[in-house]
Design a protein. Structure first.
Length: 277
């Protein structure tokens, strides 16, 4: 009898031990997985948030090692690529964050100011490219894209007409003035983003980041300058110098419709990020 009881006790202890082991194994697998699988195509970013730039594309079905995680974001990779991915694109069964990302332009009004116009042609090149034409073409394309995204757009001009600087303003959430730089020297080229008030810097940084990343324009940075059209308003406003009309390479880009598509899309994407975060 005593021996039977001992066997029973040992069996019981073994049973408890097994249960504990299974429990640890299961919970470890749920809270601290070592790899994941993509359940849809996704993008790896440099940081644990959608505002960070994309560094790699990953395909549905791809398996990736998990190195660390922060909230719902996982730092994953393999020999070829590493980066952060939101858990809800993966096999980890994580609910997406609720963000206004689905509709960032809802209720937003964007004022687009195509620089110069009419008798004021702005900068010009020896080949005859006029700044006022380039700014209008870019502005009209940007207007159409923003409207498609659900934004309300106010244009300071939609045709080749002269508008006083005093009148280049409006009531809205963001003001964007489009320009092209020019110098007597043909060497300088690239993008410069200007803001005037401190409160406009976040918009300037966000748009600068997006345009720089997506276009072929070289980078001349974000600068503060009290240009009248951005200084006279208190709403977030920027003046974009989208390349140098006096530089042959930049001029070629400006006259290229595909480049204009990329530039306007990068502005739309920048605004999206600006409104989301
Ligand atoms: Zn200009």
């Amino acid at each position: 009898m005593k021996r039977n009881r001992l066997y029973l006790l040992i069996a019981l202890l073994l049973g408890i031990l097994l249960a504990v082991l299974i429990f640890f194994f299961l919970t470890r697998d749920i809270s601290d997985p070592t790899s994941l699988r993509m359940i849809e195509n996704g993008e790896l970013r440099t940081g644990p948030q959608a505002s960070y730039p994309v560094v790699f594309k990953v395909d549905k079905g791809e398996r990736l090692k998990i190195y660390q995680h922060e909230g719902k974001w996982y730092f994953v990779g393999n020999q070829d690529k590493k980066g952060w991915i939101a858990g809800w694109h993966t096999s980890l069964n994580i609910k997406p964050d609720v963000t206004p990302a689905a509709d960032p332009f809802k209720g937003k009004t964007i004022i687009i100011d195509p620089g110069h116009g009419g008798s004021d042609q702005g900068a010009s090149s020896s080949k005859g490219t006029l700044e006022k034409d380039i700014t209008l073409k870019t502005a009209l394309m940007l207007r159409d894209k923003l409207k498609k995204e659900g934004a309300k757009v106010i244009m300071t001009r939609e045709t080749d007409q002269f508008i006083k600087l005093d009148d280049r303003k409006g009531t809205g959430d963001v003001f964007i003035s489009l320009h092209s730089d020019a110098l007597a020297d043909a060497t300088p080229h690239g993008l410069t983003v200007y803001y005037s008030h401190d409160s406009q810097k976040v918009l300037a940084d966000t748009l600068h980041f997006s345009i720089k990343k997506k276009t072929l324009l070289s980078d001349r940075g974000v600068r503060r300058e009290d240009f009248q059209v951005i200084h006279q308003t208190q709403i977030p406003a920027v003046l974009l110098e989208l390349g140098y009309i006096s530089n042959p390479t930049d001029e070629k880009l400006m006259n290229d419709r595909v480049h204009r598509q990329i530039v306007t899309t990068s502005i739309v994407d920048g605004l999206k990020n600006y409104f989301i975060y």
